[in-house]
Design a protein around this ligand. Structure first.
Ligand code: ATP
Ligand code: MG
Length: 558
């Protein structure tokens, strides 16, 4: 799909306009500003690609800035995972920044606001403050502490910083307007007391700035020209502007905020809080469970970075909320893997096949092309012998004319090998087929150039040589939710829509070349889908995650 881009999206258009109105190109600067309170998900991917693509397009720096204002929920593990994810996607940030590096500056500015009569210490508890907020149609109530003197405010704020007051005893609030139609402007809290260890500043601070007070100021400090965020921050823009208006005068560039629509994906939840809940409730194993829509989860599942970037580029940038079908993501994964993944043979539900007229003890080495889409990938050798495994689903004792796989009395080709004909079966005490017997046409070897080798038979099936095959565990995944919009139901919780069949394990037999497979490289198990080695695999053990099937079977299943 990754079609040539013909038109500019609205943010590119806006920047083009800025430039033609005289905005200096060397002042353009972007940032991606995650809060390190969870792993990045597919929604963040959109914001990442947007900012870094713009950086490339305008040859402008892109900062990675951690908005780390809440020590209760944030930690270094999340910082590390975010950095690792962005690098894996192939993007490079200019500076690694932290809002916590600006705590001192933010404190100084807060003092400035107090001195200007634009901020005050409120000594009410949070519930009382919340109750005084009013409603969208009803003005709020002024706090009885709103008119505290500047001196008293300064003294209290300093005491708060010095750890002389308990958590919840006081907050610093901006003095804006308790009757503002924008509820966010009703004297928002700027600082709260928290005796919490911060993953970067340690115990240096026991007052922490609120996100809204920090975010816009951090953009300003970094000289971010185009501050891009998702639509839910639109009402925050007035507040960010108000805060910037109160700072001491300077000639510095002010960030300009533009909002774009979040990426919403069908059958998926994209909220760190909800993803964390899936882990807490043990519905998934961790942030990088291959069913998680996190970048780490998708990576472990085998989604290549190129596919993810093609996906968000195809989904596009818009101003209006919409939902992207998860099948587009899967399509982009298949499309990429079809080009890059080597084809190999693996049997995920094996049944024994014995070629009765093949010499006992004989072994052959056959040649197989690695990827017909990409000749540079060359070919490899696969061993062939009298006893093989094939898929249980590829055999039926009796079948109609439309069945093109193996049956008794009819011919199929074994991929890269010979034409065979089913002759009889052996069953266990329960009536299940334990062994299939067949004969082969000795002259029909693929690529041998004989007349028999060119004979057309209707079906081709894959196989592995029993004596040479390696055992592998195959982990199959399906969508985590069985509802298109699991978190959009009023009466039900998103966890009510968990797909109970989202995980299953099979014991497979795979061709021996897979012993040398590199980690992180997906392969195609012919006729089955794409698979990737999982990190759980111990030395000498093969554990595969199924990335995606060869085609979209999901709509059929419904
Ligand atoms: P969540 O709602 O999942 O907790 P968040 O918005 O709180 O995510 P942040 O770490 O603050 O997470 O987000 C960093 C950046 O990623 C922000 O600019 C935010 O607007 C953007 N972002 C988050 N979710 C999405 C999404 N679904 N689509 C596009 N951008 C997103
Ligand atoms: Mg959010």
């Amino acid at each position: 799909m990754a079609e040539e881009k013909t038109s500019l999206h609205f943010i590119e258009q806006m920047i083009e306009d800025d430039l033609s109105n005289g905005f200096s190109p060397d002042k353009i600067r972007f940032r991606f500003p995650p809060e390190p309170n969870g792993f990045l998900h597919v929604g963040h991917l959109k914001a990442i690609a947007l900012n870094f693509n713009l950086g490339k397009r305008y040859n402008a720096p892109v900062n990675l800035r951690f908005d780390d204002t809440n020590p209760v929920k944030e930690n270094q593990e999340f910082v590390d995972a975010i950095k690792e994810n962005i690098s894996w996607l192939g993007f490079q940030w200019e500076n690694e920044c932290y809002a916590s590096d600006y705590f001192e500056q933010l404190y100084q500015w807060a003092v400035h606001l107090i001195k200007e009569g634009k901020a005050y210490i409120d000594s009410q508890d949070s519930e009382t403050i919340a109750n005084q907020k009013g409603t969208p149609t009803q003005a709020g109530t002024n706090s009885p502490f709103r008119n505290r003197s500047v001196e008293e405010n300064l003294a209290l704020f300093e005491e708060m910083k010095a750890g002389k007051h308990e958590e919840g005893a006081h907050v610093l609030r901006a003095k804006i307007d308790m009757a503002s139609p924008n509820m966010l402007l009703r004297d928002p809290v700027m600082y709260r007391i928290l005796f919490k260890h911060h993953h970067r500043t340690g115990d240096a601070w026991c007052i922490y700035p609120m996100y809204d007070w920090t975010h816009g100021e951090s953009d300003y400090i970094e000289g971010v020209s185009h501050s891009l965020c998702t639509l839910e921050f639109k009402p925050h823009r007035d507040l960010y502007d108000w805060f910037l208006d109160q700072l001491p005068p300077s000639n510095d560039l002010r960030p300009y905020q533009t909002e774009f629509a979040r990426l919403n994906l069908s059958y998926t939840v994209t909220s760190k809080r909800k993803l964390a809940q899936l882990i807490e409730n043990k519905i998934v194993s961790d942030w990088d469970d291959p069913r998680m829509p996190t970048i780490s989860g998708m990576r472990r599942r085998g989604y290549p970075p190129n596919a993810l970037i093609n996906f968000v580029n195809t989904a596009g940038i818009s101003k209006r909320e919409n939902v992207i079908d998860v099948s587009l993501l899967e399509f982009c994964v298949r499309e990429e893997l079809n080009k890059t993944a080597a084809r190999v043979m693996a049997v995920v539900n094996p049944v024994k096949l014995i070629i009765t007229n093949y010499p006992e003890g004989k072994e052959e080495v056959l040649e197989a092309i690695n990827n017909p889409e990409d000749e540079t990938q060359g070919s490899r050798n696969i061993p062939f012998s009298k006893e093989l495994f094939i898929e249980r689903e590829d055999f039926k004792e009796e079948a109609n004319r439309k069945y093109f796989r193996l049956t008794l009395g009819k011919e199929v080709r074994l991929k890269n090998a010979y034409i065979i004909k089913g002759t009889s079966v052996e069953k266990d005490a329960d009536g299940n087929i334990s062994t299939i017997y067949c004969t082969y046409d000795e002259d029909s070897k693929s690529g041998s150039g004989t007349e028999a080798s060119m004979r057309k038979v209707k079906g081709t099936i894959h196989w592995v040589s029993a004596a040479h095959a390696l055992d592998a565990e195959v982990r199959n995944y399906d969508r985590l939710f069985n509802d298109e919009a699991p978190d959009q139901h009023k009466e039900k919780d998103f966890t009510d829509f968990i797909n109970d069949d989202s995980f299953s394990i099979q014991n497979a037999k795979v061709e021996p070349s897979l012993a040398n497979l590199d980690e992180g490289i997906a392969v195609q198990f012919q006729r089955l889908g794409y698979y990737i080695l999982d990190k759980d695999a111990k030395e000498g053990q093969l554990v595969f995650n199924k990335t995606v099937g060869l085609r979209d079977n999901w709509s059929k299943k419904q």
